[in-house]
Design a protein around this ligand. Structure first.
Ligand SMILES: Nc1ncnc2c1ncn2[C@@H]1O[C@H](COP(=O)(O)OP(=O)(O)O)[C@@H](O)[C@H]1O
Ligand SMILES: [Mg+2]
Length: 259
């Protein structure tokens, strides 16, 4: 599990910054307008992923800040686009009611523009490996469909954030929305199985919003027209076949390391 580099395990200062109860709109306002103070770097992160406190008149919370300047160059994604892809994942999750991505904004910060996301106090008593292997958990199954929509190339076990209250969030959606099929995930347990009625309903809403709603316009700030069209196409394919996708043939299907 990640720890803020500034502290030793169990002593990261996070206990002092337990998240206040805030609705989505208030969280977004705090993230967008608050003062960002870097507390430490997340030691198991591959990019400059910073654990921060965000403070405004409305309150204070912990968050993650990933400045574009700290993004590691990748061969398969254009430089400087990962933070925007994280925002795009949030927009899709929120618009269609998937609710798997914590509140996220794109804003300026001490190391320049980047994404800023509410910190989720994950329940550390849960066994994440066991959770990731479950074939029964409807939250996980919904996340598998969301990942197929956003074409997530990095759904690792450590990117699952289950809360004590029973909600399941995911994080690290920087390498998503590639226009070619590159789903890479630890959640293949439903491959080839029928999509649930709830998943089909969420897919229909997503398609609708991408076709006639504001979502496509919002995404245009972060993704290319080709990537948005490919997202629409992935949803159409899921709705046509009505099954969870199978691993790509020409692409490593499971991220390494899987945790
Ligand atoms: N919003 C968040 N809430 C709680 N924990 C998070 C959040 N974002 C990231 N983390 C934790 O920090 C780790 C590193 O962040 P991640 O987004 O995976 O960075 P990187 O892009 O560098 O891999 C994650 O595996 C997770 O444990
Ligand atoms: Mg990661």
């Amino acid at each position: 599990m990640a720890e803020a580099a500034a502290g030793s395990p169990g002593d990261t200062g996070r206990a002092a910054s337990r998240q206040p109860a805030m609705n989505e709109a208030a969280s977004l306002e705090l993230l967008a307008t608050g003062e960002l103070t870097v507390e430490g770097r997340l030691v198991d992160a591959s990019n400059a992923t910073l654990y921060c406190t965000i403070t405004a008149a409305v309150g204070q919370a912990a968050c993650v800040y990933k400045p574009v300047a700290g993004e590691r160059p990748l061969w398969d994604f254009p430089d400087g686009t990962l933070a925007g892809r994280e925002l795009a994942a949030y927009l899709v999750s929120r618009a269609a009611g998937w609710d798997v991505v914590p509140p996220t904004v794109y804003r300026d910060g001490p190391f320049g523009p980047g994404m800023c996301q509410l910190w989720i106090d994950a329940d550390e008593t849960l066994d994440l490996v066991e959770l990731a292997r479950s074939g029964e958990d409807p939250r996980l199954r919904q996340m598998a469909v969301f990942d197929a929509v956003i074409n997530n190339a990095d759904r690792k076990i450590g990117h699952l954030l289950p809360t004590a209250a029973g909600h399941l969030y995911g994080c690290d959606h920087g390498v998503c929305f590639g226009s070619e099929y590159k789903l890479r995930t630890v959640l293949w347990q439903w491959r080839g199985k029928k999509l649930t009625p709830a998943a089909l309903a969420a897919l229909r809403v997503s398609l609708d919003l991408l076709t006639t709603g504001q979502l496509a316009a919002e995404l245009a700030s972060w993704l290319t027209a080709t990537e948005i069209a490919a997202t629409r196409r992935r949803i159409e394919l899921l709705l046509a076949h009505k099954v969870h996708p199978s691993p790509p043939n020409d692409w490593p299907a499971v991220p390494w390391p899987p945790v």
